[in-house]
Design a protein around this ligand. Structure first.
Ligand code: DUC
Ligand code: ZN
Length: 477
C-alpha cells in the first residue's frame, strides 16, 4: 500500500454498528471520510483503540436551539460554542438548529445573521432549519426557494406562539412551496386557542402554580393540531414531520396517518420518556426546570411514547435542547406564575446516554435501531445522508465510541452547556460516549475536549424529497 492509499486513522478492534447491525471491523479513515471497513486493516498514521467499545454513528440532533435571536426579550443560554461543545461531549457530531423568522422580518436576513453566529463558534458540523413565521409573498416566492437551493431544505412552522403562529391558510401556502421545492415541513402542533383560553381561565381564577402549565397545554389540543397538520399536508400531498410528540393521542393520529400511507414523520424527545408532569408539580419552583412545550405528560403516558419509538411511529429522537438559566426561569420570584417561565429544557448532551441506557441496555432496542433513531433517520429526512448518519464507506468519519457499561450519575457540573441546571440531575445511566470523532478528528476523548470553536462546517443539505412541478392533484381537477 503506498502513502496515498494508507489511512490517516485506523479505529481498531471495536464493535461497529453498521446499518444492518453490529460487526467486528476496523474503520480506516482518509481525508476525514470512512475509506474502509474490514476485519483487519493495516496500521494507519494514527491509531485509536476501540477495544471494548461500541462504535456508533455520531449522533445527529435534528432539533436543538442555540443562539436564536432573542424572543420576548430573552435569549437561551447556549451559543454555537457552548451548544456544540455540549453536543460533542454527548456523542453528537451534527446539529440542526433553527434560523427563526418572526413577523415582519426577512427570512434571508435571519439566515445570513445565523451563519455569522455559527461560523466562528461551531465545534461540529451543522445545518439549519428555516422557521417561517411570516410567509409573505416575497418569502414564499423568492426567499424560501433560494434558501432551499442554498441547502436549508427543511422548514418549521408553528401552530401556536405569538409572533410565530401561522393560520391554516398560511400553513397551506408554506406546504405548497415545500412540495414544489422538495423540502420537509416540520410542525409544532399544539392548539393555540386551547392554550390561550385555558391560560386565561387559570389566570382569572388565580391558578398560577407551575402545574397549570401542563393543564393549559392539553394533550387533546396536541391531538387536534396534529390531525389538522396531517390533513392540510394531505390536501397539498406533501410530507410533514410532527415535532416533539408528547402524548398518546397525537401519536395515535400519526400512526393512523402512516397506516393510510401518508408521508407523515414524527419526532419525540427525552423529556417525554424521562420526565413527567409530576416533575413539574413541585411545592417549590424546582419544577420550572422541566417546563417546556408541549409539556411532559403524566407518567402513565410514557409507555405510549416508548411504544411509538419501538413500532416506528416516532422515527426521530431529538433533544429539543432549549436551555434557559434557572435564575431566568424563576426571575419572577417565589410566586412566578406559570406563564412567566420560559419554555425549554437543556438536553443536547444527555439525549443519547439517556436513551442508550434505558433502551439498549434496558433490552428494549437493538443497537441498529438506536443508530437509526438518533442518527440515520434524521440524516435521511433532512438531506444529510449518506454523508452523515451512518457508518458506511464514503461517509464523513463522524463516530462515537461508547463504553456500554460505564455508569454515570448525571450532574450539571459534568455537562458542557452554558446553563446552570439539568432536569436529569441525579439520574444514573449505564453507557456513555467516551470518544467522539468528527471528520476523522478525535475531538472528545476520556473527558478531554480536543476541539476548537470554528472547526464545524455548514452542511448544505440536499432536498430530501422530489420537487413536484405538477400542481397538487386537488387543483388539477
Ligand atoms: N418548546 C419548543 O417548541 N421550542 C423550544 C422550547 C420549548 O419548550
Ligand atoms: Zn424546539
Amino acid at each position: 500500500m503506498n502513502e496515498t492509499q494508507s489511512f490517516d486513522l485506523v479505529i481498531r478492534g471495536g464493535t461497529v454498528v453498521l446499518p444492518d447491525g453490529p460487526a467486528q471491523v476496523d474503520i480506516g479513515v482518509r481525508a476525514g471520510r470512512i475509506a474502509a471497513l474490514a476485519a483487519s486493516l493495516p496500521v494507519g498514521r494514527a491509531e485509536l483503540s476501540a477495544l471494548d467499545r461500541i462504535v456508533l454513528p455520531g449522533g445527529v440532533d435534528a432539533h436543538c436551539h442555540m443562539d436564536q435571536q432573542p424572543w420576548e426579550g430573552r435569549s437561551t443560554a447556549d451559543d454555537f460554542r457552548s451548544g456544540t461543545l455540549s453536543a460533542l461531549c454527548g456523542g453528537t457530531t451534527t446539529v440542526i438548529p433553527f434560523a427563526m423568522q418572526m413577523r415582519g422580518q426577512s427570512l434571508a436576513e435571519v439566515v445570513a445573521d445565523y451563519h455569522e453566529r455559527a461560523r466562528p463558534k461551531a465545534h461540529i458540523d451543522y445545518a439549519f432549519h428555516l422557521i417561517v413565521g411570516d410567509p409573505t409573498p416575497r418569502v414564499l416566492e423568492e426567499e424560501l426557494p433560494r434558501l432551499i437551493a442554498q441547502g436549508c431544505t427543511s422548514v418549521k412552522i408553528y401552530l401556536t406562539y405569538e409572533g410565530l403562529k401561522l393560520d391554516d391558510y398560511e400553513v397551506l401556502e408554506v406546504l405548497n412551496v415545500a412540495r414544489r421545492e422538495g423540502a420537509l415541513t416540520m410542525v409544532h402542533a399544539e392548539n393555540d386557542a386551547c392554550i390561550r383560553w385555558l391560560t386565561e381561565q387559570f389566570l382569572k381564577a388565580r391558578k398560577t402554580h407551575l402545574r397549570y402549565h401542563v393543564l393549559a397545554h392539553p394533550a387533546a389540543g396536541d391531538r387536534e393540531a396534529t390531525f389538522r397538520a396531517i390533513s392540510l399536508a394531505e390536501v397539498i400531498e406533501t410530507p410533514i414531520l410532527i415535532c416533539h410528540v408528547s402524548a398518546a393521542g397525537a401519536a395515535e393520529e400519526i400512526r393512523r396517518a402512516k397506516q393510510r400511507g401518508l408521508p407523515v414523520y414524527a419526532e419525540t424527545c427525552p423529556q417525554y420518556l424521562f420526565l413527567s408532569a409530576e416533575d413539574i408539580d413541585t411545592p417549590d419552583l424546582r419544577g420550572a426546570m422541566c417546563v417546556c412545550t408541549p409539556p411532559p405528560r403524566a407518567r402513565e403516558n410514557q409507555p405510549e411514547m416508548w411504544r411509538g419509538l419501538l413500532d416506528g411511529t416516532l422515527e426521530v429522537f431529538s433533544s429539543d435542547h432549549s436551555p434557559w438559566h434557572y435564575t431566568d426561569k424563576i426571575a419572577g420570584g417565589p410566586d412566578t406564575p406559570f406563564t412567566r417561565i420560559p419554555n425549554g429544557v437543556p438536553g443536547i448532551e444527555t439525549r443519547l446516554p439517556l436513551l442508550f441506557s434505558a433502551a439498549v441496555n434496558g433490552g428494549r432496542m437493538s443497537l441498529a435501531q438506536f443508530a437509526q433513531l438518533t442518527a440515520t433517520t434524521p440524516a435521511r429526512l433532512y438531506g444529510l445522508y449518506p454523508r452523515k448518519g451512518a457508518i458506511v464507506v464514503g461517509a464523513d468519519a463522524d463516530l462515537a465510541l461508547w463504553d456500554a457499561q460505564r455508569e454515570v450519575t448525571i450532574s450539571n457540573a459534568m455537562l458542557h452547556h452554558a446553563t446552570d441546571h439539568t432536569p436529569y440531575e441525579g439520574m444514573t445511566v449505564r453507557g456513555w460516549p467516551v470518544t467522539t470523532v468528527s471528520r476523522g478528528d478525535i475531538i472528545w476523548h476520556e473527558g478531554e475536549v480536543r476541539s476548537t470553536p470554528g472547526r464545524g462546517r455548514f452542511l448544505a443539505a440536499a432536498r430530501p424529497f422530489t420537487p413536484r412541478t405538477s400542481l397538487p392533484p386537488v387543483l388539477d381537477a
